[in-house]
Design a protein around this ligand. Structure first.
Ligand SMILES: C[S@@+](CC[C@H](N)C(=O)[O-])C[C@H]1O[C@@H](n2cnc3c(N)ncnc32)[C@H](O)[C@@H]1O
Length: 456
């Protein structure tokens, strides 16, 4: 006879819990009779009183109502706004412990995948706040006024805010002014339940080394009142703005940007610098969000490649060419592949901008282009990969194995897919001694790392 398992807790009960671990998404993990409970705002070593919010078949959720014994790594959270929105889920954990948590997360995944690769201590920042060079904030109607902020966790309720804690302070200041301008011009905010209204999001990007600002108004349709006055007010009140773009997103989904961009003022690109090189960046192109740590990340990758000057390099998932062009001066040639056409245009433009003649970038899906290059007999000494969170595909990895570079430099923003892909590389005769985490996203649970694989 099948015995129905019953969870040892019930919804809405208050329970004293001892926290044993921290989950990959920053929740405390407690166990009651072996049944795991994920607890919001709770750290390993703590005893908390928690309200059970959800009871599932194999695990449950709770939120801390009172801390009974606090961890030595707990940091007092002064501003509840951030915890409400999930903008900074590790804000209550001391920064040193955040860095250890990230190292440990990779170690755990490697242990599960039976990968014998050492994980070095995470390279962190001196000031781990106000680092983001890009903001993308929703605009909604609150108390009759167009208001910027961030969505409450697991919802689309806007929590109003103008200090975003992990964003560049100059971006926050620009956003506050933009909110004011939108209110004065009475631009109607978007209503996602009725799919009505005009202004959905405001995106601001800032060149860390140039101070230039790009402002993108994401609207539901092309119509936006007082365009000319809007631009005049923005450029007058925020003098660092070099570009104002209207992005039209008529869809009902969660995607922030739509496909159409209209230049309302100035340049279509924003300029910044990385490792002494200049980069022009379009609104739709990917650009690393932590300008200080990007240099640490790329330098780690360049050092891991141990270049002699004679290498041919493939830069896969090349974005606007930042990694490839940073390497180009140390190697014979660079060939990049990237899916987003605008980013590829930016990359080839950036090569010219820096007088780099030994690098070129093509548009395509890496998993399609790499096997094609391999069939065409392309040779490469080094392949650098920097994929999105879903990691690489077996087709891509197999093609790299056939090209047979002596090194593969894997820059990853997701240790779970990294571990999966490293197993495949291992089967093809590529192994790694160590992984270097670099903290690109302080106060959040995101983990970036560099791993150098060599052919056995
Ligand atoms: C993490 S970003 C890295 C970009 C660049 N290496 C950098 O450091 O700025 C990943 C890039 O891969 C691109 N991308 C995503 N899927 C792709 C695919 N299947 N093939 C090629 N590029 C892809 C994205 O557009 C994005 O530019």
């Amino acid at each position: 006879m099948k015995v129905k398992m019953q969870a040892p807790i019930t919804k809405n009960e208050k329970k004293e819990l001892t926290i044993q671990d921290l989950s990959y998404d920053g929740l405390g993990v407690a166990k009651v009779e072996g049944y795991p409970i994920f607890v919001d705002n709770a750290l390993p070593g703590e005893t908390v009183e928690a309200l059970i919010t959800k009871v599932g078949k194999s695990f449950g959720f709770a939120k801390t109502t009172r801390i009974i014994t606090a961890s030595a790594d707990r940091v007092e959270v002064k501003d509840r706004q951030y915890t409400q929105t999930g903008i900074a889920p590790l804000q209550h954990l001391a920064y040193g412990a955040q860095l250890r948590f990230k190292q440990q997360q990779i170690e755990n995944l490697y242990a599960k995948a039976k990968l014998d690769i050492a994980v070095k201590p995470t390279l962190g920042m001196t000031d781990p706040t106000h680092y983001r060079n890009k903001a993308s904030v929703p605009v909604r109607l609150i108390n009759g006024k167009a208001t910027i902020g961030f969505f409450r966790k697991h919802s689309h309720d806007l929590v109003p805010m103008t200090d975003f804690f992990i964003q560049d302070r100059k971006i926050d200041a620009a956003l506050a002014t933009l909110q004011d301008i939108v209110r004065r011009l009475q631009i109607e905010p978007y209503n996602e339940f009725k799919h009505s209204g005009v202004l959905r999001n405001i995106m601001v990007r800032r060149g860390y080394y140039t101070n230039e600002l790009m402002v993108v108004f994401v609207t539901r349709s092309e119509k936006i009142a007082s365009k000319k006055t809007l631009v005049e007010m923005i450029t007058e009140e925020i003098p660092d703005v070099v570009s104002v773009i209207q992005n039209i997103n008529p869809t009902k989904g969660n995607a922030i940007l739509g496909k159409t961009d209209k230049l309302l003022y100035g340049n279509a690109q924003l300029r910044d610098e990385v490792l002494g090189l200049k980069f022009d960046i379009s609104a739709q192109s990917f650009y690393q969000v932590n300008p200080q740590q990007t240099q640490v990340l790329y330098q780690t990758a360049i050092d891991a490649a141990d270049l002699t000057g004679d290498e041919t390099v493939i830069d896969a998932y090349s974005g606007i060419g930042t990694i490839g062009l940073s390497m180009a001066e140390h190697v014979k040639s660079v060939q990049g592949v990237e899916m987003v056409e605008t980013a590829v245009k930016d990359a080839n433009h950036n090569a010219k901008l820096n007088n780099t003649t030994n690098a070129k970038f093509v548009t395509g899906k890496a998993e399609v282009v790499m096997p094609k290059w391999q069939e065409e007999g392309l040779s490469a000494d080094i392949v650098v990969v920097d994929p999105p969170r879903k990691g690489l595909t077996p087709e891509f990895i197999n093609a790299v194995g056939k090209v047979g570079p002596s090194k593969v430099i894997y820059i990853s923003c997701n240790p779970a897919t990294l571990a999966r892909d490293l197993q495949l590389f291992q089967e093809l005769g590529y192994s790694a001694k160590s992984t270097q985490p670099v903290d690109m996203f302080p106060m959040t649970t995101h983990i970036e790392s560099v791993t150098a694989l060599t052919k056995d």
